[in-house]
Design a protein around this ligand. Structure first.
Ligand code: HEM
Length: 430
């Protein structure tokens, strides 16, 4: 790249960023409309913060392949609710060391250990749907399922402990992307109080891991960057991050996937041709591979298409520590860069507005998706999320034919992750 081909960054001209922030929260086409006008990289202001939006695989690859020029960043509300120890808020060695510790919970042997528990949860939901006398909100059930996988299967919690954790966690999640001013009665203030209770409960889990349950014993050798074991105060914030990172996202992916299947019977029929030949349940030792791309390519394509059209994480962030060239544009130092995944995935060639999983099986398909981020901060729970999704789809479809109830709002609310507005009411076809 010669210097003469580099361009300076196009800007919306916003200064205070108050109107931009309002538009961002209200208008789902916020990023798309500005990309159409300014190109794949543009700068704006959000409540005083200079923010650069990027889309397209070249821009995203340029950002992720220059980790030395960037560091992690989250909005103030997320930073405060996660806490200063959280690996999401750390950089350099402090980040890497904590990743190494937490990654032990997601090794392939750990996933094998969790498989039987996940299969049980899928079977329980199948039974509940089958026996239900009235329609059930499937998206709500996906939330409880994703939460149980982390709280029960990974952290080893049971019964009352898990239920009260769920209650506080819902309060905490609602304020994640709110204005971080803790005035009495605001959702942010309530979330800070819920955070305190959550940390106390997580402290209890660390103090008394239920024998033989969950994976916390796998953390026993966890050392920090100086080779010193992480304190409980540090570890409990990492566990809080896992609830945050793994619950809403996976529940969203599952709900959007089931919604697409229910709204596209031809795709469901196409998928069933494959799923009807798969065994359910898989032997727990084989569960991590039983429905992978080699054994279930259509299912893999379906998951990719859902992640493309409705990415559970619509955007993730970095901050530039020095000037950086992204898609031939010079992004100055000290800018927050937002990777606009949702806009990126529908950008480029035609027909990308349509839900068509088959595209991922075509040899000409050259889509480069980043639903789990990339580089040094790539999602730590990717394999667990993929396992949960595959087990749920095969487990439900092998046992049931679901139909969607008319007269409900099937549109998606977008933040913090896409979800069917009326909870996706379904019944089992007799
Ligand atoms: C479909 C489900 C999921 C999606 C789409 C997803 C997506 C993402 C994305 C986009 C990031 C940011 C990556 C970056 O900054 O480059 C991330 C980070 C992370 N995810 Fe996930 N995630 C999912 C499920 C999970 C699960 C189940 C867990 C664990 C229980 C998890 C744990 C994490 C953690 C700990 C991070 C922070 C990594 C770091 O900062 O180093 N995620 N995820």
């Amino acid at each position: 790249m010669t210097e003469s081909t580099l361009r300076s960054i196009p800007t919306t001209g916003a200064i205070t960023g108050v109107l931009e922030a309002l538009a961002f929260f209200r208008d789902p086409t916020f990023a798309k409309r500005r990309f159409d006008r300014f190109g794949n990289v543009f700068e704006t202001s959000m409540l005083g913060q200079r923010m650069v939006f990027i889309q397209g695989s070249k821009a995203i690859a340029d950002l992720l392949s220059n980790p030395e020029s960037t560091e992690g960043w989250w909005p103030e509300s997320v930073q405060q609710l996660l806490g200063s120890h959280s690996l999401a808020n750390r950089n350099g060695e402090a980040h890497k060391a904590r990743r190494r510790v937490i990654a032990q919970l997601f090794s392939s042997s750990a996933l094998q250990r969790y498989s039987a528990g996940i299969i049980n949860l899928v079977d329980e939901l199948g039974l509940e749907l089958k026996n239900a006398k009235t329609p059930l909100p499937l998206a709500e059930r996906m939330r409880s399922f994703a939460f149980s996988v982390i709280a029960t299967t990974v952290l080893g919690m049971e019964g009352n402990d898990r239920d009260s954790l769920f209650y506080d966690f819902e309060i905490w999640t609602r304020a994640l992307f709110s204005i971080p001013i803790a005035l009495p009665g605001t959702s942010f203030k309530k979330a800070l109080k819920a955070r305190k209770r959550l940390l106390e409960k997580l402290q209890g889990v660390l103090a008394q891991p239920v024998n033989g349950k969950g994976g916390l014993d796998l953390l026993a050798g966890g050392l920090d960057e100086a080779g010193i074991p992480l304190t409980d105060e540090d570890l409990r914030e990492q566990l809080l991050l896992l609830l945050f990172a793994g619950y809403e996202t996976t529940a969203s992916a599952l709900s959007c996937l089931m919604r697409e299947l229910l709204l596209n019977p031809a795709v469901e029929a196409w998928l069933r041709e494959e799923i009807d030949h798969l065994d359910w349940p898989p032997i727990p030792e084989d569960a991590t591979t039983a429905y992978d791309i080699a054994n279930a390519p259509k299912l893999d394509a379906l998951v990719n298409e859902v992640m493309r059209l409705t990415p559970p994480v619509g955007g993730f962030f970095r901050r530039t520590k020095q000037a950086l060239v992204i898609d031939d544009i010079v992004v100055p130092k000290n800018r927050v860069v937002q990777v606009a995944l949702a806009a990126s995935n529908g950008h480029g060639i035609s027909d990308l507005e349509i839900f068509r999983p088959q595209r991922h099986l075509e040899s000409k398909c050259s889509l480069n998706l980043f639903p789990f981020g990339g580089g040094e901060r790539v999602c730590l729970g990717k394999s667990l999320a993929e396992l949960e999704i595959r087990l749920m789809v095969v487990g439900l479809l092998r046992k049931l034919h679901l139909v969607v109830i008319n007269d409900q709002d099937l549109s998606l609310r977008q933040l913090p992750s896409p979800f069917p507005r009326d909870g996706l009411l379904v019944r089992v076809q007799a």
